[in-house]
Design a protein around this ligand. Sequence first.
Ligand code: ADP
Length: 184
Amino acid sequence: MLIEAVLGDITTQDVDVVVNAANSSLLGGGGVDGAIHAAAGPRLLDACRELRRTTLPGGLPVGDAVATPGFGLPARWVVHTVGPNRHRGQTDPVLLSSCFARPLELAVGLGASSVAFPAVSAGVYGWAVEDVARVAVGTVRVWQEGTEAGWSPGHPRPHGIELVRFVLFSATALDAFRAELDRA
Ligand code: ADP
């Protein structure tokens, strides 16, 4: 499984799953969320409203994730996750870690082979991008080790994920993620 970091716009990524840094309401916001909704088109908001009406009447809890189709995006699915908000005192890295682990679990269930993540919580939710990079890369690596334990090369990977791509919106964020990826 390749784990990489690139500079770019997550809405244009040609991957199976794009992860959205949403808020609990699932009803739209700024940053990545606004960009994903704009690119996916209004059916994405309809799908999120339907989730609120049915399975998630109280909204999506922090650290959890839920999938919808990608509609107008190149990606087949959007997996929405809610990062911890530092401005509300949500400083537990376990919650942030969950925002990277849960979407991977959902992606496996969807049969995806590639997943793109933004720097969840590094924008409006106020986490330092270096902290997000450390938690994100560490979580993906631990998830990979756990799911591939006993896996032998030449056999299909047990989880089916071939690519995890972090898509960063600034050179500073890219540097932070590359530094973590370069750490052995
Ligand atoms: P949060 O509310 O979880 O902090 P934000 O959307 O405010 O989420 O920001 C998360 C990160 O995503 C920030 O580093 C921001 O610069 C970045 N970002 C914003 N738009 C995009 C985009 N179109 N593609 C990739 N990253 C983006």
